[in-house]
Design a protein around this ligand. Structure first.
Ligand code: CMC
Length: 463
């Protein structure tokens, strides 16, 4: 009888009953919204009617505010996979999936990828505006002062098998940072939040390169603060103490672009994981470790590794139809990796830039990769196939990033690690935004329970 106690007439919240309960379901003509920015909800069985507020952002669809829905109506909403649910307000990134548009703080990803660099984009994501020269110089300096890791951290690595997947290592060591940097764990102190943010952005490339070096059995290479962010990462990945390592400007440019293209992508699985972990007040190192874990899956950041494995498996253009057939077969769980996206129902704008970058890298390095030919042919066939057209499945960023990274000599297992390095700034910006939002609360979804009703305990002798 809980419901009776929550009759809409007693509502004291924003979800107020309409003056007269609607006799019929809230068909558009029957239910006049109480205000311009509201929606009516009608329980067909009883005819009870509630008015729900509608909120508008600066871009994108309006949202129906259901925060008070349960309290007022005794109903939850059901949305597994969050296909229709806005979990937060954010000023950081906007995606129009139908048009294939991606904006960071209002700036188009195409402009940022072509005209900006990774540190400028990091500053933009964190602070909301592009930096002037002085701000950028200071930001780069501050980040560069945090690139080293505590000497004890190398012993974490030594506990892993040499053939450990580097994402497994990253999940562990990034969470472990909280054990070292006690002076930046108070999330309520803006200065400590900033220091933790800088530490994470600065140390991720160091930790990632250490994971790679460990797998090779080579000595860890210390960061060099005179190098740019992307250059320093390449240096730590590929330098050895025995000889000088010359950083190719082509590779560092490509790395800059990869960092920019992966920097943030709104409320995806890993970012939502970071926010959810952070909503409990967990420290930022733990939150980013949670994001890394979520990113690892093949439906998300693990797709770049999966694409390359798939292209290897296809091996030859002649075998493409066989794989397309499998991808379309509902009984076969094989999917074309690097295709499809929850939000983009058009070309992923990042994939277009990535495709160009792939060609540039292959041309300038003089690498001939048959897998690129297989990828291009696969893309061509899929884009003309009715199944992919009807389901609006286009190549996403991961379709091309793997080939680029392979040409740059990254082992396949490092692809997702690279994604994590690049996405750290986005995770941090979103985490910071959430902590600074006075209205944010611990994330606590509800459920539609379909299990047993309450029943009596059965003693062992009677089972
Ligand atoms: N190959 C074949 N069929 C597909 C594919 C694919 N790659 N992607 C989706 N479909 C089909 C799917 O079987 C479903 O068919 P039906 O309507 O008959 O059930 C329909 O398209 C809708 O798919 P969905 O799984 O309901 O869509 P989703 O929004 O839940 O999943 C996705 C999005 C990205 C997880 C999915 O497209 C996928 O698994 N793609 C391959 C993995 C991949 O490339 N992931 C990287 C995403 S971009 C990088 C990032 O931001 O993480």
């Amino acid at each position: 009888m809980k419901k009776a106690a929550k009759q809409p007439a007693k509502s004291k919240s924003s979800a107020k009953p309409a003056a007269k309960p609607a006799a019929k379901p809230a068909a558009k003509s029957a239910a006049k919204p109480a205000a311009a920015e509201s929606m009516n909800l009608t329980e067909n069985a009883s005819g009870q009617n509630w008015t729900l507020p509608v909120m508008s952002g600066t871009l994108g669809p309006k949202v129906i505010d259901v925060r008070k829905l349960y309290g007022d109506t005794d109903y939850f909403t059901y949305d597994p996979g969050f296909t229709s649910t806005a979990s937060c307000q954010s000023k950081i990134t906007f995606i129009d999936g139908d048009k294939g548009i991606l904006l960071h703080r209002g700036y188009d990803i195409v402009d940022l990828a072509e005209k900006s660099d990774s540190m400028e984009v990091a500053y933009l994501l964190l602070n909301g505006e592009l930096p002037n020269l002085q701000q950028k110089t200071k930001f780069e300096y501050d980040i560069s002062r945090h690139t080293m890791v505590h000497e004890q951290i190398q012993f974490f690595y030594r506990g892993f098998r040499r053939d450990a997947h580097p994402m497994a290592i990253m999940c562990g060591v990034v969470g472990g940072l909280a054990a070292f940097y006690h002076d930046s764990l108070d999330i309520n102190d803006p200065h400590q939040r900033m220091v933790a943010s800088y530490r994470l952005i600065a140390k991720m490339p160091t930790l990632a390169a250490m994971a790679y070096k460990y797998s090779l059995g080579q000595p860890f290479i210390h960061p060099r603060n005179d190098l740019k962010y992307a250059e320093n990462f390449l240096h730590m990945m590929y330098a050895v103490p025995a000889e000088e390592y010359k950083i190719s400007p082509v590779l560092s440019r490509a790395m800059e672009r990869i960092l920019i293209l992966h920097a943030d992508h709104e409320q995806n699985a890993s970012t939502s994981t970071v926010r959810l972990a952070g909503s409990s007040g967990a420290n930022p190192f733990a939150c980013i470790a949670a994001g890394i874990a979520s990113l690892w899956g093949p439906a998300h950041g693990g797709a770049n590794e999966a694409v390359l494995n798939m292209l290897h498996e296809i091996g030859d253009k002649k075998r493409i139809p066989e794989f397309i057939k499998r991808a379309k077969d509902p009984k076969d769980n094989f999917r074309l990796m690097g295709f499809g996206h929850r939000v983009y129902k058009n070309y992923d704008p990042r994939a277009k830039i990535m495709q160009r970058t792939t060609r540039e890298v292959l041309n300038e390095l003089g690498v001939k990769d048959d897998l690129l030919d297989v990828a291009l042919e696969l893309e061509r066939i899929a884009l003309h196939d009715d199944y992919f057209i009807e389901k609006q499945l286009y190549p996403n960023i991961d379709f091309y990033s793997g080939i680029t990274l392979k040409a740059m000599n990254f082992p396949t297992a490092m692809f997702t690690v690279l994604f994590a390095v690049a996405r750290t700034v986005g995770w941090i910006a979103q985490w910071k935004e959430m902590i600074e939002d006075q209205g944010s609360r611990i994330g606590r979804p509800r459920q539609l329970y379909t299990g047993e009703k309450q029943r009596d305990y059965v003693p062992m002798s009677k089972r």
